[in-house]
Design a protein around this ligand. Structure first.
Ligand code: GDP
Length: 362
């Protein structure tokens, strides 16, 4: 699956967020066939379309798609120098697909700040500097290697060198590589290096309940994020932790009382999904109605491969009904009668919400 690493300085609300995510998540015993590390929370992707499909199909079970959150505690200044835990921290981030960087944007005299004052930009810089230093090391080594071949006229090396040189000055300044003006070709070239500061990043601005508006800390984070191709999700982690503790029926009541349509966590989960360029297709049968995650742009065989690798190899065709048609015509038969049932081949690019039946050879 896809995962998102939670990072941030101590005492900014990471554990509070992680616990809320885990409580809202799926219990480890529901994954008997895989080991789930204690620092990993598997959270269902909130998607009301699943329930709408289930109302029509009446399946035995409903299976949402999921997003994994990994609590990566322990970043200390000096991590990039490769000392003990710091090194481990960077290695953990390297394995994630995206970064959720929690930043303290709340005032509370009862909660100590490691630097003694609330300054989200300074906090962000502390972490980003470590990540940038690690990337700088990678980029400098890579440049040494490609420079020779580039001089010799090697075309690929010239392209690589050019892309590396675009991110070098930023990293030298302790800024993330994603803030550089990079073309798709640059991104493609740089992919092999797995740069930490090129990972899709969201800043989770942890605010107090009344801190969503007129909050200069939040505004500062928003401004920074805009300058470096990151996104911001403001949230009150403390409130989310309280919501996550509630039983389902209490939850609805509580949310209504505080004027929320849904837990704020949903925005974090959706942002992670968007950040990774993912979307969803559905399978709808009497056994189960299920959501599947695929990258935007995935073809039908690639989509099928999510269910089983054999489905991709032996792919024959996809029988597709768009979600809206499926709902409007009350299921497969209705959609067929209305001429909304399509056969799609190997080159078909899957669309968000497709309700699909794959045909394949084994
Ligand atoms: P971590 O070290 O980053 O994992 O931080 P924790 O999640 O342990 O939070 C540190 C302290 O801040 C705890 O006492 C939390 O209850 C408190 N805290 C977390 N989020 C909020 C918030 O949104 N508002 C306030 N006032 N306190 C919070």
């Amino acid at each position: 699956g896809f995962n998102c690493g939670i990072v941030g300085l101590p005492n900014v609300g990471k554990s509070t967020l992680f616990n809320a995510l885990t409580k809202a998540g799926i219990a480890a015993e529901n994954f008997p066939f895989c080991t789930i590390e204690p620092n990993t929370g598997i959270v269902p992707m909130p998607d009301p379309r699943l329930d709408a499909l289930a109302t029509i199909v009446k399946p035995e079970r409903i299976i949402p798609t999921t997003m994994e959150f990994v609590d990566i505690a322990g970043l200390v200044a000096g991590a990039s120098k490769g000392e003990g835990l710091g090194n481990q921290f960077l290695a953990n981030i390297r394995e994630t697909d995206a970064i959720a960087h929690v930043v303290r944007c709340f005032e509370d005299e009862n909660v100590i700040h490691v630097a003694g004052r609330i300054d989200p930009l300074d906090d962000i810089a502390t972490i980003n500097t470590e990540l940038a230093l690690s990337d700088l090391d990678t980029v400098e080594r890579a440049l040494l290697r490609v420079s020779k071949s580039a001089k010799g006229g090697d075309k690929e090396a010239i392209i690589l060198k050019n892309s590396l040189e675009k991110v070098l000055p930023l990293l030298n300044d302790g800024r993330p590589a994603r803030a550089a003006d990079l073309s798709d070709d640059d991104l493609k070239a740089l992919k092999v290096y797995g740069l930490l500061t090129l990972k899709p990043t969201m800043y989770i601005a942890n605010v107090n309940e009344d801190g969503f508006e007129n909050n200069p800390h939040l505004d500062a984070v928003r401004q920074l994020a805009a300058s470096e191709n990151a996104i911001v999700v403001p949230i009150c982690n403390k409130l989310e932790a309280e919501i996550a503790e509630l039983e389902e029926d209490e939850k609805a009541e509580f949310l209504e009382a505080v004027g929320m349509d849904e837990p704020g966590l949903n925005r974090v989960i959706r942002a992670g999904y968007g950040l990774l360029g993912l979307h969803t297709y559905f399978t709808a049968g009497v056994k189960e109605v299920r959501a599947w995650t695929i990258p935007v742009g995935a073809t039908a065989p690639q989509g099928a491969g999510k269910i089983h690798t054999d489905f991709e190899k032996g792919f024959i065709r996809a029988e597709v009904i768009a979600y809206d048609d499926y709902i409007q015509y009350k299921g497969e038969q209705g959609a067929k009668d209305a001429g909304k049932w399509r056969l799609e081949g190997k080159t078909y690019i899957m669309k968000d919400g497709d309700v699909v039946h794959f045909r394949f050879n084994v």
